[in-house]
Write a protein that binds this ligand. Sequence first.
Ligand SMILES: CC(C)(COP(=O)(O)OP(=O)(O)OC[C@H]1O[C@@H](n2cnc3c(N)ncnc32)[C@H](O)[C@@H]1OP(=O)(O)O)[C@@H](O)C(=O)NCCC(=O)NCCS
Length: 263
Amino acid sequence: MKNEKDTSLVNDIRNTFLWAADRVKSCSSDIPAVHMVKAAVDEIKDEIRVVKERDPAATSDIEVLLLYSGLHAVLAHKVSHKLHKKGHYFSARFISQAARALTGIEIHPGATIGKHFFIDHGAGVVIGETAEIGDNCTLYQGVTLGGTGKDTGKRHPTLGNNVMVGAGAKVLGPFKIGDNAKIAAGAVVLDEIPADCTAVGIPARVVRCKNEKVAEKANENLDHIHIPDPVSQELCRMREQLHRMEAEIARMKAEKENTSSQS
Ligand SMILES: CC(C)(COP(=O)(O)OP(=O)(O)OC[C@H]1O[C@@H](n2cnc3c(N)ncnc32)[C@H](O)[C@@H]1OP(=O)(O)O)[C@@H](O)C(=O)NCCC(=O)NCCS
């Protein structure tokens, strides 16, 4: 019974959208407002297709349109970015903050985002003002494209095309993540990652490039686990000094005994 109600509600909503889309289609494109609405409808359809391609859990267009917060945040950003570029900073920020309240995703209106951008799940995603994102990128929940607090001007990262950033990863600073790179869930990236590479860990190190494992040697200056222990190094130095002093004392004793036996 409940399922029947659900289905008829979904059908009603879908029919309303189809009717509205039909009305728009039948209007003349010569009128600028109609042209704008048609372009917006096409863009939304395109974004829905992207979500359905990348999320196997998405079942229908209407589900994606109404229930995917990543899509809502991306659509809101398209509006806020246009306003930002025209200098309407307050209204741009207002829309981005309203979208953040609704979706849990904060995209600064100044961020530049390419085509077919997908944010899966969404909660906790933060994208800074000077971040740039290429085409076909995917971010998961909890990702930050932020600054370190040390830079001014361009402070946020630039993602190439087809970049994937895993859940909870932090990419901090004004450097580039190359095309087709993958950033592992939970990684903290503080430096450039070349194209076609996978980076994991904190701080992130490249573990795979063009489908080949990267030898640990290439990462040895980034290995923050197998670092020398400064306390044991100091103990070694003291032990050496002690040996030298013992030898010196023994030599002095021998010298003294020698002189006393001669006299
Ligand atoms: C990194 C990732 C993209 C896999 O990329 P890949 O190029 O296929 O790399 P591999 O799976 O071959 O892993 C390479 C190495 O990194 C390690 N690794 C993979 N993911 C890691 C992670 N998140 N943290 C630390 N190490 C990781 C692997 O264990 C492997 O180590 P090994 O070479 O010592 O065996 C994937 O593991 C990942 O993190 N995806 C994010 C997905 C996500 O966020 N999903 C959220 C859904 S809600």
